[in-house]
Design a protein around this ligand. Structure first.
Ligand code: NAD
Length: 259
């Protein structure tokens, strides 16, 4: 008996076995959920397909969130194969590497628009398409997105991604209000820094890891598995009364002032 027996979930954002989305997928599957996966382009398919198949998944589709037709196709297949959807995990973001160092004030128009489109608007675009499939589910449905503390406070080098995450977090609250009427919950998880492919794009990322492991109340960095545990809670009926929230999985770092 798993917490998610009989539930159907789609995972956006696996790049490799270090991805936060992959740890989430493993734990959701461990609780009994059937999962579909998407990947970004042919290069990612080689990595994502075997991972997805190792969890017994049969729905593995391309999806670049800047392309409407690819998003449409994913939800068309989910509708045909499953007829409904209980869980959507949004664990993706992108900004050009040159925007993730130096002064935020130097952000380009193109770099700003790209980071916003991929990292924030995509949650709105995916939720729009998931909504009809998520209506009338037995325990309600759950959408979750990964954000970061740099949305709220200035984090060196996080720059335009912090602004995109602020838009993502605001989108979570507006979506939570719209979709709440249909018993669809929308929340975000705010992990501390974790060494992944996306994180390697942030200049001097190691300094972020060292700062958190040295100062956070738990005196360590959060792991992908820490995040995945919270994702199971948000995906399951354990969080039936929770929507529009942002849950930190950062070993307590966000509570600190001067130490
Ligand atoms: P990751 O590199 O494993 O995952 C990022 C994913 O984004 C990849 O799968 C990539 O394919 C996908 N992606 C990028 N552009 C895309 C596009 N146009 N269309 C579809 N997918 C696209 O890194 P991760 O650290 O697991 O990142 C997952 C999420 O967690 C991101 O939202 C990230 O901002 C967030 N997050 C990460 C950390 C950290 O320190 N690693 C901390 C807080 C939040």
């Amino acid at each position: 008996m798993g917490l998610l027996d009989g539930k159907k979930g789609v995972i956006f954002g696996v790049a490799n076995d270090r991805s936060i989305a992959w740890a989430i997928a493993r734990k959701l599957r461990g609780e009994g959920a059937d999962l579909a996966f998407t990947y970004l382009g042919d290069a990612m398919e080689k990595r994502v397909r075997p991972l997805a198949e190792s969890l017994g998944s049969e729905i593995i589709l391309p999806c670049d969130v800047t392309i409407d037709a690819e998003m449409d196709a994913v939800f068309e297949v989910l509708g045909e194969e499953w007829g409904g959807l209980d869980i959507l995990v949004h664990s993706l973001a992108f900004a050009n590497k040159e925007e993730l160092k130096g002064d935020f004030a130097n952000t380009s128009r193109e770099g700003f628009a790209l980071a916003m489109d991929v990292s924030a608007f995509s949650l709105v675009a995916l939720s729009q398409r998931a909504r009809p499939l998520m209506q009338g589910r037995e325990d309600g449905a759950s959408i979750m997105a990964m954000t970061y503390y740099g949305a709220e406070k200035v984090v060196k080098n996080y720059n335009v991604m912090g602004v995109a995450k602020a838009a993502l977090e605001a989108s979570v609250t507006y979506l939570a209000e719209d979709l709440g009427k249909e018993n669809i919950r929308v929340n975000s998880i705010s992990p501390g820094p974790i060494k992944t492919l996306a994180a390697m794009g942030i200049s001097d990322f190691k300094a972020m890891l060292d700062e958190v492991s040295g100062r956070a109340p738990l005196r360590r960095n959060a792991t992908q598995d820490d995040v995945a545990g919270t994702a199971v809670y948000l995906a399951s009926s354990l969080s039936s009364g929770v929507t529009g929230e942002n849950i930190y999985v950062d070993c307590g770092y966000n509570i600190l002032g001067i130490s």
